[in-house]
Design a protein around this ligand. Structure first.
Ligand code: HEM
Length: 141
């Protein structure tokens, strides 16, 4: 299960081979506790699980530790509840708060199965309007 979720399996127990990169999680905040919370029925989205398209402007409004959203590979997640469960710590996870965080995420741990870990935190797809904000060319001609 650990490897499937993107946890490392090497002798140091660290993705980078450097165990100092990982923080000591508070008691009751292990991966197993997170999985348990996810299946408790508690709403981890802060939106009663309502899935809807979300713009990057809206993601940007949620950039604090007590209200943090992030977008990874076109999917928006509420990462507020995951904060204390993140093995890399709050400070690192906050680097992706209120942002399109695909690159930051992939630079550290592209192999981590965020889709499974954050399944109960999914808010909806990042909308096309957001790509306009990123300066992408959406013209067909
Ligand atoms: C977007 C900003 C993020 C940053 C800057 C970040 C940074 C980090 C860092 C520095 C570590 C420690 C690396 C190490 O073990 O050597 C880590 C570990 C980890 N992070 Fe993140 N992280 C971010 C987002 C996320 C998200 C959204 C998830 C998924 C739910 C996630 C899941 C994990 C997991 C599972 C580990 C442990 C990996 C292992 O044991 O090998 N992170 N992160």
């Amino acid at each position: 299960m650990w490897a499937k979720l993107g946890f490392s399996n090497n002798s140091t127990g660290s993705a980078t081979g450097n165990p100092r990169n990982k923080v000591a999680l508070k008691p009751g905040h292990s991966l197993m506790d997170w999985v348990r919370l996810g299946s408790s029925g508690e709403d981890l989205t802060g939106a009663n699980g309502m899935i809807r398209p979300i713009t990057l402007q809206e993601v940007a409004l949620h950039n604090t530790q007590n209200d943090a959203w992030t977008a990874i590979r076109g999917k928006v997640y509420n990462i507020t509840r995951y904060m204390d469960f993140h093995p890399g710590g709050v400070e690192e996870l906050m680097k992706g708060a209120g942002k399109e965080a695909t690159k930051i995420f992939e630079d550290v741990h592209a192999w981590v199965n965020y889709e499974q870990l954050l399944a109960k935190c999914f808010l909806g797809p990042l909308t096309i309007a957001a790509s306009l904000d990123l300066g992408m060319d959406t013209d067909s001609d």
